[in-house]
Design a protein around this ligand. Structure first.
Ligand SMILES: *Cc1c(COP(=O)(O)O)cnc(C)c1O
Length: 550
């Protein structure tokens, strides 16, 4: 593949009105239609051929070599390729260097296989090209969005029939919004919490209007903080930065030995701010339902009670774990989420939607009024235009995908996927415990676990070592695990990710761990055993010299 070759000099391809109009006019003759259908067929079936060969960032062609093929920066004046050639080139030459996130051996990230029907649904979204920023460009899809938002709201908050009858299609109220992803969902939640807290007063027109310094003055506040588990996703820090709160003011709360937020530490922190810094505003507490690194779930119920007592906005980041609510068996893990003020859920994670789709939900159907914007030419007051209360402007009709998927799968279908992930992760943890060369580092609560290569004799002796020896041994193990993960990735057969768990009061050193995310229903114990076997082989061949003395 080479994208550097200069555009063909003598070309039969020309840009003129005759050719151009053809791509805008619906093809009526049979030949044309047959051709377009053939292209769609190649996309559906041709694209996935490459997926059979390898899973990831192999060294077959290094990123460096690849980037050398993508150096040309001028736009050719004449057309370079026909649609057929573009599709052929994408399928045969570009896609083979993409990452096979759909492989059952790709268990490293929160991106995985999606049901094949998602491609059909995504195609419908593109074909209709609705813009749900306003009613005039979306009509029925604005109501579809309100309906599916109400369905998920109900899954979270279980309000009564009358509540949903009143709000499902109410043009004045909003139960939630679609966003680009979890990051912008979290940003929206904090934006709403900020604007609600620094609301207009008699002399003050609100923080959105007058900005942070005026808001602090008007409300007699000199600092704003957000309290969140140490494991909180970095999008919360990003949001605090954007909102003028400052990312230093996302205060990490310690976790217990199960990597769940320590609720006593949370209470103490709140009490400390209240007694020592009465002019500090605690804007929100964030609980995580499915931490990105460990998959752990904070004690939402207990956190909700603390927030209730202190009257603090309680946001749950369920970007990952949200769909667990559809599992009868495991929904108890998220107990307390119904007491939250807002919830983030990603559609492109455990709703298995194509990239990208986030959502944020609010218990109070009027709270989104604090971020309402009205533009004269688009969102007129009192209209149902969804863009009025949304961070995004133009956006696609993602609700169509989620609503259809819920119909195709049923909550039971999703529950089967969730249950499979959680059970397989538990079985994988057991397998890791059985193998003398591995150490389970974080127990799976949902479908994510972390472990590391650490032979039994070293595991056993680590407990007896002095702190400084422990530190040195862990550093050496960290290097081994880093190398191991990289070598497995480069071999291209399977992919497990790697992260560093920051030292804390339970374990002072930073620990490099291998992280497995089990969301592909085709990932079973046979696959996971193969992945461990491969890691053992790599370690035996390349890493033994680097291992610390037991
Ligand atoms: C993935 C994730 C996010 C960020 O979501 P994006 O869709 O990547 O923007 C936030 N929080 C948690 C817990 C996540 O797992």
């Amino acid at each position: 593949m080479d994208d550097n070759s200069p555009p063909p000099s003598k070309t039969e391809l020309v840009a003129d009105w005759e050719h151009l109009s053809k791509v805008f006019i619906r093809p009526e003759d049979d030949d044309c239609r047959a051709t377009l259908i053939k292209y769609m067929e190649r996309i559906l079936f041709g694209l996935h051929e490459f997926l059979k060969r390898h899973v990831g960032i192999t060294e077959a062609k290094s990123l460096r070599d690849l980037s050398r093929s993508y150096m040309r920066t001028e736009i050719s004046e004449d057309p370079e390729k026909k649609l057929a050639d573009v599709i052929t080139c994408l399928i045969n030459e570009t896609a083979p260097h993409a990452v096979n996130v759909a492989s059952p051996y790709f268990v490293g990230h929160m991106t995985s296989a999606i049901p094949y029907f998602m491609v059909h649904l995504k195609t419908i979204v593109a074909a209709l090209n609705q813009n749900v920023v306003k009613l005039e460009t979306s009509k029925v899809f604005s109501v579809v969005e309100k309906q599916v938002i109400a369905k998920i709201h109900r899954l979270i908050y279980h309000m009564d029939e009358a509540f949903y009858a009143e709000h499902v299609q109410n043009t004045e109220t909003t139960l939630g919004v679609f966003t680009e992803g979890g990051t912008t969902a979290n940003l929206t939640a904090l934006w709403v919490a900020r604007n609600a807290r620094f609301a207009p007063t008699e002399e003050f027109r609100g923080i959105e209007c007058e900005g942070v310094p005026a808001a602090f003055r008007a409300h007699d506040v000199d600092r704003c903080v957000i309290l969140a588990s140490r494991l909180v996703h970095y999008s919360l820090r990003k949001s605090a930065g954007i909102l003028g709160i400052g990312n230093d003011n996302v205060i990490p709360i310690e976790v217990d030995e199960h990597y769940q937020m320590d609720v006593n530490a949370l209470e103490e922190t709140i009490e400390r701010f209240k007694s020592r810094s009465p002019n500090t505003c605690i804007l929100a507490v964030v609980g995580i339902a499915g931490a990105t690194e460990t998959g752990t779930v904070d004690p939402l119920d207990a956190i909700a009670d603390v927030c209730g007592r202190h009257n603090i906005h309680f946001h749950v980041d369920a970007a990952w774990g949200g769909p667990t609510m559809m599992s009868r068996e495991y929904r108890y893990l998220l107990q307390g989420i119904e007491k939250s003020d807002s919830v983030t859920i990603d559609g492109h994670k455990q709703f298995y939607m194509p990239m990208s789709c986030g959502m944020v939900y609010f218990r109070d159907p009027t709270i989104l009024d604090v971020i309402a914007y009205h533009a004269h030419y688009v969102n007129r007051r009192g209209s149902v235009d969804l863009g009025i209360k949304s961070l995004s402007g133009s956006r696609e009709a993602n609700s169509l995908i989620l609503d259809s998927a819920l119909k195709i799968m049923g909550s039971k279908g999703y529950a089967l996927l969730i249950d499979h992930g959680i059970r397989t992760a538990a079985a994988f943890a057991e397998e890791i415990r059985q193998r003398p060369d591995f150490e389970l580092v974080t127990e799976p609560v949902l479908n994510i676990l972390t472990y590391r290569y650490c032979p039994a004799d070293i595991q056993e002796s680590l407990g007896r070592k002095k702190q400084e020896d422990k530190c040195r041994i862990n550093n050496e193990l960290n290097k081994v695990n880093r190398d191991l993960q990289r070598m497995q990735r480069e071999a291209g057969q399977s992919f497990v990710s790697r992260t560093t768990l920051q030292g804390d009061r339970h374990c002072p050193e930073d620990i490099v761990v291998l992280r497995a995310v089990i969301m592909n229903p085709m990932t079973d114990m046979a696959v996971l055993r193969e992945i461990l076997d491969e890691q053992e082989n790599i370690a035996a061949r390349f890493c033994t010299n680097d291992l610390p003395e037991a």
